[in-house]
Design a protein around this ligand. Structure first.
Ligand SMILES: [Zn+2]
Ligand SMILES: [Zn+2]
Length: 145
């Protein structure tokens, strides 16, 4: 299944309608190599689409809640990118290259369980966490400065 097919299935499974703006945003993200902002998605869709930034932002928010899209917070600008893993259950961790902004992701349930262990004295019930690891990717490592 392609990313789009997978995403349509996930939307339907959760009872969400497959609308034109949702499909349009998914298609743009499917073609982006680097994280993009809601404004960049708007530019990529073009004026003809008739889809405004507010709608795009809402679509991205929904897709993010379904883990079809990830919000990358550690970049200087907020960016969204499609999920590269086909298993949407569980938590995905992002490896962010500080040089080329390339993103890779991995899932590691053990890792998650450990990071969700908050000291009991905090009296806090963890429900989720963000995880981004900053560094250099393989291709940037191989380039001498
Ligand atoms: Zn993912
Ligand atoms: Zn890189």
């Amino acid at each position: 299944m392609t990313y789009i097919e997978n995403s349509i299935a996930a939307l339907q499974l959760q009872g969400y309608k497959v609308t034109t703006p949702r499909i349009s945003v998914l298609k743009v993200l499917d073609e982006c190599v680097h994280p993009v902002s809601s404004y960049e998605v708007h530019d990529l869709l073009g004026k003809k689409s008739g889809i405004n930034v507010v709608t795009i932002y809402r679509v991205l928010d929904l897709l993010q809640s379904l883990q079809l899209v990830h919000r990358v917070a550690s970049l200087s600008k907020t960016g969204y990118m499609k999920c590269h893993l086909s298993d949407f259950s569980g938590c995905h961790h992002l490896l962010v290259c500080r040089k080329c902004y390339g993103i890779q992701e991995f899932a590691a349930p053990d890792f998650c369980r450990k990071s969700m262990k908050v000291p009991p004295t905090m009296e806090f019930e963890p429900e989720g966490h963000l995880y981004e690891i900053i560094g250099l990717c393989k291709s940037c490592l191989s380039v001498t400065p």
